[in-house]
Design a protein around this ligand. Structure first.
Ligand code: ADP
Length: 397
């Protein structure tokens, strides 16, 4: 077996994992533990196309990672027989401390801890996962790969909010951006698909999953992205509204007596597709629309309108555009949504190839040969990107 990286994505109540060959992206095994600290803990381990499920109490992350290790020993591949280069951890917020992946040391852990106020829902779970993995695999190097890192190349013009100095300086209020690992991977694959050096290509990447973000990538560097201080800004998402008037907070505090907590919950969990169409799941929203539901139809119009805003803005920010790239659950699978977006961009020289859009699969070009801007679908692979970056860190390259 080739060298492998164990990629861990730990949340507050779950641990997802995958054993990946960093050279080819081949996945040897994958799985997840869910309901950590809750009733009804579950482990799923998938290897060679077979999923092994187990119901088991998982009081904490240490138990979860021990269960993962045991699942490998029982169902394979045995980690004792693998050339395990490192464990790679997805960490959501690296603030402006991390523009690159980092070998985990006490200092790195302290920095991730200091960043908890910027990502209170994510960084604590990431830290618990790291500590548990260090206990389980004390002799294996551990590397953190940050979701914000790719966007650290944004110029101040794009990352600065025009808000009071004290907010910016004391509270680190600025635009950070997220989904960086996906945008890095997809923009590199897009250049490869075009057969051009990454350094030359200007692209707009639309990562459309439950969370969604757009990024303007110039020569492999993020120059603007739609998520900001938090993952709420930008595109319309499953349960988040994306851009709203910041005046909403004061207005609703006055009119409806909403606290900061109420407001936060409504914007994180009760907005987006869910608020407009009654479902946060795009497949269901498309089904409702096809059945004539007017709320679902409006929801899709709002989604497409916001996407057009960002594509137009980012084409202007880049000053040119070689590729518009769709990725993640909706971007990869929803041909109708891609059609609705690209159809409105005909005046800018984008022309969809309907057959490639609806019938193809995997990485591909879905625009005609005559289209001035290539339109691409690139399935994202964050685990491979994490494994690749981790292998570079531990090999010193
Ligand atoms: P996450 O952000 O949780 O990783 P995914 O990237 O898996 O999310 O994307 C989930 C979204 O993709 C859901 O809204 C789901 O309905 C949508 N999706 C998946 N397949 C399709 C499809 N064939 N058509 C439309 N939407 C789809």
């Amino acid at each position: 077996m080739e060298p492998a990286v164990l990629v861990i994505n730990a949340g507050s109540s779950s641990v997802k994992y995958q054993l990946v060959d960093p050279g080819t992206g081949h996945s040897y095994a994958r799985g997840f533990v869910e309901r950590i600290g809750l009733d009804g803990g579950l482990l799923h381990h998938t290897v060679d196309g077979t999923t092994h499920d187990r119901q088991v109490d998982v009081p904490d992350h240490t138990t979860a990672v021990a269960l993962v290790s045991r699942a490998f020993a029982t169902h394979g591949p045995d980690l004792g027989g693998v050339d395990l280069l490192a464990v790679g951890h997805r960490v959501v917020h690296g603030g402006d401390d991390f523009a690159d992946p980092a070998l985990i040391t006490q200092e790195v852990l302290a920095a991730v801890e200091r960043l908890v106020p910027l990502a209170p829902l994510h960084n604590p779970g990431n830290l618990q996962g790291i500590r548990a993995t260090q206990e389980q695999f004390p002799d294996v190097p551990q590397v953190a790969v940050f979701d914000t890192a790719f966007h650290q190349t944004m110029p101040p013009a794009a990352s600065t909010y025009a808000v009071p100095r004290s907010w910016r300086e004391e509270h680190k209020v600025r635009r950070y951006g997220f989904h960086g690992t996906s945008h890095a991977y997809v923009s590199r694959r897009a250049a490869a698909l075009l057969g051009r050096p990454l350094e030359e290509v200007a692209s707009v990447i639309l990562h459309l999953g439950n969370g969604a973000s757009a990024t303007a990538v110039d020569g492999g560097r993020s120059v603007d992205t739609s998520m900001g201080l938090t993952p709420l800004e930008g595109l319309v998402m499953g349960t988040r509204p994306g851009d709203v008037d910041p005046g909403l907070a004061g207005h609703l505090a006055d009119r409806a007596g909403l606290s900061a907590e109420d407001f936060d919950r409504a914007l994180s969990k009760e907005s987006g597709l869910l608020a407009l169409a009654g479902s946060a799941d795009m497949r269901q929203v498309q089904e409702l629309r096809a059945a004539g539901d007017p709320d679902a139809a409006l929801a899709l119009e709002v989604v497409v309108h916001r996407l057009l805003h960002y594509v137009g803005a980012y084409a202007a920010v880049l000053g040119r555009l070689d590729a518009l790239v769709f990725t993640a659950g909706i971007g990869e699978n929803d041909a109708e949504l891609r059609e609705a977006v690209v159809a409105r961009l005909g005046g800018f020289g984008l022309e969809l190839d309907p057959a490639a859009n609806t019938e193809g699969s995997g990485e591909r070009r879905i625009s005609t040969a005559a289209s001035r801007v290539a339109v691409l679908v690139v399935p994202t692979n964050e685990e491979w990107e994490i494994a690749r970056q981790v292998a570079q860190v531990v090999s010193g390259g």
